[in-house]
Design a protein around this ligand. Structure first.
Ligand code: FAD
Length: 318
């Protein structure tokens, strides 16, 4: 079922959903099933599975020479989505990225997803490869989420890349895109970034999932700005509990967000990791209560494949 239909059917009740990472290459799918087993009690209407482009690794030879090799550390997104749908009868939402795909490879991936009965995709540009200073598009691929979005929209209207093929099958993907309450880090200012978000919705994106944030006021301001500017699709807040002191440095560095002073001071004052987890839990529970009151359609948790802290929070809200 489409995400927008899950939201409509909930009649204003806030739903819970989760994002999972494919296991690192060499690890089995059991970790996904273990995570799913822990989260199923919250009846998630859908589960997102991230997509990871290849990264550069450096292999040292005996001579001391370093060889640069590129490989994908976390393959398996499409298969994990199929396995989740088959085993748990829950909708799975694969993330679809520009990086690492030619347009034809994207088309073939969309055909696979359609044949597997996957109804939703989250369309993204994707992160830059580790070692690249900026995002580098794959030759023959897309440079922005808007371009990838256009390809999915084209397939939804039966338009494939090769015009000479006989096309009788239209796909019917419900398409989500990313939104940034604290602005995308590459954008010169908030309004420029917002203009591209608006463009994605005008093109046909049907829901927005936000980057994580720790200050619920940022989400509220973002939603208000969207509504004031004619963006009326569901805006799903992305959430993550803080679990370690190191995240005070890492989360702003990786996700380009602000951690409220009250939270950072409380975490700094903790003497043990258990204390940090408790502070992180209390903070997010309060944020979630505010989001529910505000009418957030879904609370979407970035589990980072560690469901424990998320589970504790959702147990207190469900
Ligand atoms: P875009 O919408 O293409 O925007 C990128 C930048 O370009 C922005 O600054 C924007 O303002 C600007 N821009 C947008 N369109 C245009 C245009 N047409 N012309 C000029 N400028 C433009 N990364 C992964 O690799 N895998 C994942 O699974 C993944 N999942 C994510 C899930 C969520 C909910 C979020 C919020 C992010 C996720 N990311 C993932 C990270 C994401 O790929 C990065 O944040 C990336 O840098 C931007 O992606 P985007 O889709 O927002 O890009």
């Amino acid at each position: 079922m489409k995400i927008i239909d899950h939201i409509k059917n909930a009649n204003g009740k806030t739903l819970f959903s989760f994002e999972l990472l494919p296991p690192a290459k060499g690890q089995g799918i059991q970790s996904i099933f273990k995570t799913m087993d822990e989260l199923m009690e919250f009846k998630p209407p859908f589960i997102d599975v991230t997509y990871h482009r290849e990264d550069y690794m450096y292999k040292q030879h005996e001579s001391g020479l370093l060889e640069r090799v590129a490989y994908r550390k976390r393959p398996g997104t499409v298969a994990i989505c199929a396995a989740i749908m088959n085993k748990y009868k829950v909708d799975a939402v694969p993330h679809l990225i520009c990086g690492g795909f030619t347009k034809e490879e994207t088309e073939n991936a969309l055909i696979d997803l359609n044949f597997l009965g996957i109804d939703n995709v989250l369309v993204l540009r994707g992160d830059a490869r580790k070692g690249d200073p900026d995002f580098v598009p794959t030759p023959g691929g897309h440079g922005y989420a808007t371009e990838l979005l256009q390809q999915v929209i084209d397939m939804n209207s039966g338009k494939y890349l090769h015009e000479d093929i006989e096309s009788t099958a239209k796909t019917d993907f419900c398409i989500g895109v990313a939104g940034y309450p604290e602005k995308h880090f590459e954008s010169p200012n908030f309004n420029t970034d917002f203009k591209w978000l608006k463009k994605k919705v005008e093109m046909g994106a049907e829901f927005i999932v936000t980057q994580m944030f720790f200050n619920v006021e940022k989400y509220k301001e973002f939603v208000t700005k969207c509504r004031d500017n004619g963006i009326h699709v569901p805006i799903i807040p992305g959430l993550k509990p803080m679990t370690t002191k190191r995240q005070l440095i890492m989360l702003p560095k990786i996700f380009h967000l602000d951690i409220p002073e009250e939270l950072s001071e409380a975490v700094e004052a903790c003497k043990t990791n258990a204390e940090v987890r408790q502070v992180g839990e209390e903070w997010l529970v309060e944020q979630c209560k505010e989001l529910i009151k505000f009418g957030a359609p879904v609370l979407h948790f970035y589990t980072m494949s560690n469901p424990g802290p998320t589970k504790k929070i959702v147990e207190r809200l469900a």
